[in-house]
Design a protein around this ligand. Sequence first.
Ligand SMILES: Cc1ncc(COP(=O)(O)O)c(C=O)c1O
Length: 382
Amino acid sequence: MRIGDSIYMDYQASTPVDPRVASAMIPYATEIFANPHASQYSLGQQAHNACISAQSVIAEAIGAMANEIVFTSGATEANNQAVAGVLFGYKGKRNKVLISAIEHKCVKEAAAFYGKHLGYHIEEIPVLSTGEIDPIAYSRMLTEEVLLVSVMAVNNEIGTVQQVAILAEQAHNVGALVHCDAAQAADAVDIDVMDWGVDLLSLSAHKMYGPKGIGALFIDASLHQDLPALIRGGGQQEGLRSGTLPTPLCVGFSKAVSLWVAEKEYRREHLRQMSAFFLQSLDDKNISYRLNGAKSPRHFGNLNIELINIDAESLLMRLQPYVCASTGSACNSGFLASSYVLKMTGLSASQASSSIRFSFGQGTDASQIEEVIHRINQIVKF
Ligand SMILES: Cc1ncc(COP(=O)(O)O)c(C=O)c1O
């Protein structure tokens, strides 16, 4: 995608709102703007119906029931609610929480905070050099003391895809609950809470061509009574998350989800072609690189590569304003500390500082890739 002079290759940080999503949202901002919880009049009911139907569309897309979808402000809140809800709700039952060592900061920080204040041991499951959960360590760590396992479906920095169904089954065998952060999963894998056997799952609309400021937490219906709400107030969403539902965002999110369902195969094939072309173009210019994370399965829209002996921060600076890419996850940008995700996969500090993430989306094409590689080549060769 080109915006002015910039070529956007940071789709894992955020995707643009699909124009079809934006059009679907507008009437709910300008006309059917009434409070969706104002049930005494028709406009309020229309807004309410739009939110209910959005909930059903999202539920159906991921194999859930409509009442199991709780709208949140994004995956950060969904992850916080999942962790806090389980840790508060089952306090005193078991005392350990396992999270993968490469979870997003919002899972790590939530687990550390609530774990510390509620008296749980938080343990990080090590990963292999591919970023996949170390199966031997995981089996060893799974005991009947474990209350919750939280493992992301797809890593935001290196694109590694976890075998969630297998990991969830193992966790259930020792009676633990399973939460999965699926914020980055849509363009890589099919998301199905039944097939995966997860109890909680987080989504974010702005990672799938929907608006920012909305996400969802799937909470298996059997947990609804036990999980206290993080956000309290008027008791909306059956008391699971208070606050007036943002109708335009709910509608936009569900439109993005329905487009994803209709187009996901095509989208993934496009990403596969774009990443293959990017790597081929690096080879053609004899630029030395190493792919971080797993070769396969992986999120094809994510190419985290180490450019051998190149300082990634200064490369990115010299590529401005022409290329939008990232040297860490978006919420970490601004910090020059090297990525904990890369470190956990065994990269040295210097390898991590040579690593850069290019992420592609539906607006990426071959001409943009050619131009980006040309610009990189000019900097690294001269
Ligand atoms: C894996 C993962 N989890 C959670 C989040 C946070 O999502 P949101 O921006 O919707 O709060 C992100 C966003 O970068 C992410 O990549």
